[in-house]
Design a protein around this ligand. Structure first.
Ligand code: SF4
Ligand code: SF4
Length: 466
């Protein structure tokens, strides 16, 4: 099954008022049109972040005979007929109808993974306060939806740290291709390919945690479960609309099979749970399946801006110095929208790092790289304002004040979840140690290169390079 790589973000001409609120939040000026007329999207520039979808407040009036019927609009948008929420002008293509059908197919072995921030935002769709943490209810709900294995993208985040941390150390030691940028945010990667191909050599070659889990689902986990990889349906629940685009990239396959067959957003998972009549709030907690459901605190903080950096430093420090890191909670890395920089002493090395939260802030750093004056070794870039907590597929918030409190509450929950984990460093996760011992060998080894790393390609058109 090949995921849909057609345009994922749309503006419904019948509903768009031309207010251009979406253009104000678009980090790459991809919304085109005159004020007070329906807008359109330049699919080439668009990084599929879904911020326009989050912001748009124009919606279809009930039973307006001049509009295409609600039933038809839901079908066109890939949304279940049971969806009750308003239909807004800006929207992302849904895959809930397709997934509902696939889940009913007894011949498929259905495996799901959930991104770090789904567990801190899903409950909002059921009326619980912002940031309510519900990993156990989420696992239970996914089993009731008929998944055979409930895995976790946090496990992939731990694998990413093993690979990306080793890659960073090797690049810093050799002085090659510095600074190194993170590559787990697909909207950032698409922007680099489209508007800044001069930095592509500087991106980590690591696939994102989602794709790493997808790859391991069809190899390592398939082997452990004795299931033919071709019989597996690999599904991911993501806070991000661009993950739908990433899963469909041609290079994201393992031995000819898609690593992730289908991606749904937090909102779509809530719609499937409601459609099945599951009483989410009263579900008893269940655990994730082993081995790809075991994660460290470092894996869980990937969902907040600065999280990848903090997780990488916890492991990188110990790999380089062979001593325990004195403090696990790196507050100087945590923060909100914008750019933060720091110098971290790791043994003899003064590691200079930068965290970019919000794609519109990355241009200064891209210019520095082009001129060869960039002072940093390692740069985390997240396209959405505060990282995945504010992703385009998260529960929709219309008021600016509401949005700020929700992001804050979701981030606090993520950090609380991290501090409650017994294991808080990726390299100490027993499931990760076993994965390398039994299957991958060593970070950056032959198996890792084949399954967990990739290449990025320029998508720029003439005259566009920045
Ligand atoms: S998805 Fe993001 S990049 Fe694309 S038009 Fe919307 S806001 Fe702009
Ligand atoms: S898509 Fe929504 S936010 Fe953008 S101009 Fe149209 S109505 Fe306004």
């Amino acid at each position: 099954m090949t995921p849909n790589i057609d345009p994922i973000i749309h503006i419904d001409e019948e509903l768009c008022t031309g207010c251009r609120r979406c253009a104000e939040v678009c980090p790459v000026d991809a919304i085109i049109g005159e004020a007070s007329t329906p807008q359109s999207i330049d699919a080439h520039r668009c990084v599929v972040c879904g911020q326009c979808v989050q912001t748009c407040a124009a919606y279809a009036a009930e039973n307006d005979p001049s509009l295409t019927s609600r039933a038809e609009k839901l079908r066109q948008r890939g949304q279940l007929s049971s969806v009750r929420e308003p239909l807004f002008a800006a929207y992302s293509t849904g895959h809930a109808i397709e997934l509902k059908e696939a889940l009913a197919d007894p011949k498929r072995y259905k495996v799901v993974q959930c991104a770090p921030v789904i567990r801190v935002s899903l409950a909002e769709e059921f009326g619980l306060p912002f940031g309510t943490l519900t990993p156990g209810k989420m696992a239970a709900a996914l089993r009731l939806l008929n998944f055979d294995r409930v895995y976790d993208t946090n496990f992939g985040a731990d694998v990413t740290i093993m690979e990306e941390g080793s890659e960073l150390i090797s690049r810093v030691m050799s002085g090659e291709r510095l600074p190194m940028f993170t590559s787990c945010c697909p909207a950032w990667v698409k922007h680099a390919e489209t508007a800044a191909p001069h930095v592509l050599d500087h991106l980590s070659s690591c696939k994102s945690p989602m794709q790493m889990v997808g790859s391991l689902v069809k190899t390592y986990s398939a082997e452990l479960d004795g299931i033919a990889p071709a019989d597996i349906l690999s599904v991911a629940v993501m806070p991000c609309t661009c993950k739908k685009f990433e899963a469909g990239r041609e290079e994201m396959n393992v031995d000819g099979l898609r690593e992730v067959d289908m991606v749904i957003t937090t909102r779509e998972l809530a719609q499937l749970i409601k459609d099945k009549g599951i009483d989410f709030i009263n579900l008893p907690d269940e655990t994730f399946d082993s081995p790809l459901g075991k994660y460290s605190g470092a894996g869980t903080i990937f969902g907040a801006t600065g999280g990848v950096m903090e997780a990488a430093i916890r492991t990188g420090y110990e790999l380089v110095t062979h001593e325990p890191i004195p403090n696990l909670q790196l507050d100087f890395i945590r923060g909100d929208e914008g750019i933060r920089t720091a110098t971290v002493q790791i043994g003899d090395l003064e590691l200079k790092v930068a965290m970019v939260a919000g794609l519109k802030y990355v241009s200064t750093i891209l210019e520095q790289v082009a001129k060869g004056t960039c002072p940093y070794h390692f740069i985390e870039v997240m396209a959405c304002p505060e990282g995945c907590v504010s992703g385009g597929g998260q529960p929709k918030l219309l008021l600016e004040t509401q949005r700020k409190s929700a992001y804050q509450a979701r981030k606090s929950s993520i950090y609380r979840h991290d501090s409650n984990q017994k294991v808080r460093k990726s390299h100490e996760n027993p499931a990760i140690i076993k994965l390398y011992k039994d299957f991958l060998g060593e970070p950056l080894g032959h198996a890792s290169h084949h399954l967990l790393h990739t290449k990025f390609f320029s998508r720029s058109v003439k005259g566009e390079m920045k």
